[in-house]
Design a protein around this ligand. Sequence first.
Ligand code: NAD
Length: 290
Amino acid sequence: MQILDGKIVSEAIKINIKDRTFLHKKNTGITPHLAAILIGNNGASETYVASKIKNCEAVGFKSSLVRFDNNVEERELTNTIDKLNDDDAVHGILVQLPLPKHINESHIINLINPKKDVDGFHPISIGKLVQGIETFVPATPLGVIMMLKHYNIETVGKNAVVIGRSNIVGRPMSILLSANTNPGNSTVTLCHSRTKNLEKICAQADIIVAALGIPGFLKANMVKEGAVVIDVGITRVADDSKKSGFAIKGDVDFENVAPKCSFITPVPGGVGLMTIAALLENTLKAAGAK
Ligand code: NAD
């Protein structure tokens, strides 16, 4: 069993991005700039946005954070997105999800200029992804693909099972794995909360991507010997032994599943770090760099 180490791979990608950013600045005078919009004070969202901004600085990007209270009016958000769309010095815009209930999430995402849609959530980005046209790919599934590529994991003709059908992880993941690309060309089964015989389906998989948000859901009896297991799940579970008061848990029962795998990602230290690397890659692309 080999660990797919998100720290090692994401650091290598970030060094490459830093070098390309330096060259891009030198050749064009353009510094990639990511603008993040954060609403409310959800602890996990705060952590994710802080990490995205810190990583922007680390690779030489500019970043800005626009914050709103939980009771922000939708109009204020739309005005902010309009301004960021019009600002030529801003190349990427992300709205940290989830949004408060009174805000229409798809309305907000649809307002982002697709040329600045570095999260890849805009319907135009998703439509292009489905058609195999070059576009911004949602950062988490793109990070998984980068990880598979880095470790030369064979996906062609493999049975891949994706658990979870969200627009930001599971569904785009299933599209990428089934695309006529490498990595890709897998035979994909997309499972969700209404799937029957999930255990049986998983037990036949060569590759499993667990993205449902239920800690320890994927058990050893659901995994065949030699499978590749990618754990996307991130859930905060109360843990008094930690200074923060919580531990981060993935969707895989790692201790019992890992011995059966050929490759497996840990949580933390796996897909989460790759997501940030993929977001940086998208932002560099939005700034016009190769
Ligand atoms: P979501 O809640 O939008 O979707 C969950 C999906 O899981 C749904 O499609 C649902 O049908 C499916 N599901 C729920 N219960 C199930 C069950 N019992 N059996 C089969 N399928 C079931 O979640 P999301 O936004 O896609 O996130 C999923 C997980 O990934 C969460 O833990 C989230 O925190 C994590 N996440 C991690 C990263 C990262 O960078 N590593 C990024 C995004 C999300």
